[in-house]
Design a protein around this ligand. Structure first.
Ligand code: HSE
Length: 347
């Protein structure tokens, strides 16, 4: 049995769902993968839950927003980076904070400090990666550890696993995706007759919209995802300013319903395509009317989808992986399992 020390940064929808998933799947992780994850700290902005021993997951996943008060495991002012430095190398950071898209913080500091301390990192927050992916990859390589971020690249929908592993040896000649569950849900519900505001409210009630939903409907969440997927699959270093972004916030119900009545559908589509003479790729997010023959036509509701256009495997499309906190948590867990599976195989 391989003990896997974990520190979780961020304890919102996704952090909590991750702790619940670990609790639910603890037995299976031991039996199928020989892994025994131990959560040694959970960090929020003001401090950490940390006792020096593995935290009780049942107690952690029961907590409400104000449950730090009087909790014997709560250490006000304690920083996750200090906990990690004190534990020594060999653990994995599970990064779930809401990080700023301009500064990458606080996730950028958490991830870089963990990698420097000899910890692997699995990340769901996009800011740190959008701002600092190239540097973080160098840091990981220098420290002999791994950085994985399925949780930030459409989570339960496999995108990087397909682009990096399943399509190895192909030349990727284009990528298209419906990558934001909130926008896709809103468009689907508008097509069914709901007003934009009502559909947005429903998406928020499902816990899938970003804390500031303009990130979803304005196209920025999709832009981050296509940027990270493109950079990872092409080994490129495009930045967010390279992505042309238009969201769904200006669309009328009439426009969406008319497309539907004509047998077409409106999607917030992300496209990465090479320039004509092999120069820089263009990255683009915009509402698009899809014909029934488009591989992403049937991706509805909170589901997502991605198509890779390749030279030797044709078009490969994956759909499903609906957006919700448990799906995001499952993507973190998948990366965690795959990192340690590799370690066990090479041991
Ligand atoms: N808000 C995102 C979505 C989930 O609606 O898909 C996190 O990426």
């Amino acid at each position: 049995m391989l003990k896997v020390p974990l520190v979780v940064t961020g304890f919102g929808h996704v952090g909590r769902a991750f702790v619940s998933l670990l609790r639910d799947k603890g037995e299976e992780l031991r039996r199928r993968y020989g892994l025994a994850p131990e959560v040694l700290a959970v960090a929020r902005v003001e401090g950490c839950f940390h006792t020096g021993a593995p935290l009780d997951l049942r107690q952690l996943s029961r907590g409400g927003d104000d449950w730090t008060a009087g909790n014997p495991a709560w250490r006000e002012g304690l920083r996750a980076t200090d906990v990690i430095a004190g534990l020594g190398p060999g653990g994995t950071l599970v990064e779930c904070t809401v990080s700023n898209l301009r500064t990458g913080e606080p996730g950028l500091s958490y991830i870089s400090s963990a990698l420097r301390s000899g910890w692997n990192a699995v990340a769901a927050s996009k800011g740190a990666l959008v701002v600092g992916l190239p540097g973080l990859r160098v840091l990981a390589a220098e420290n002999g550890v791994l950085l994985r971020f399925s949780g930030a690249t459409a989570a339960a929908l496999p995108t990087l696993d397909v682009g990096l592993v399943s399509l190895a040896g192909t030349r990727i000649e284009g990528i298209q995706g419906v990558l934001n569950g909130t926008s896709n849900y809103i468009l689907t519900r508008m097509g069914e007759g709901l007003a934009y505001a009502e559909a947005l409210k429903e998406a928020q009630d499902k816990g899938i919209a970003e804390p500031d939903p303009s990130h979803d409907v304005g196209g920025w969440d999709t832009a981050c995802k296509i940027l990270l997927i493109t950079n990872a699959c092409l080994d490129a270093a495009y930045v967010l300013a390279d992505v042309h972004v238009r969201g769904i916030d200006g669309l009328t119900g009439d426009f969406v319903r008319t497309a539907r009545a004509e047998g077409r559908t409106v999607k917030l589509l992300a496209t990465a395509a090479p320039g004509r003479k092999g120069e820089r790729w263009s990255l683009d997010v915009r509402p698009s009317v899809l014909e029934p023959t488009h591989p992403l036509y049937h991706v509805d509701g909170t589901e997502k989808g991605i198509s890779f256009y390749t030279d030797s495997m044709g078009t490969v499309t994956v759909t499903g992986g609906r957006s919700n906190p448990r799906g995001a948590a499952a993507a973190l867990l998948k990366d965690l399992i795959n990192i340690h599976r590799r370690e066990r195989a090479s041991a």
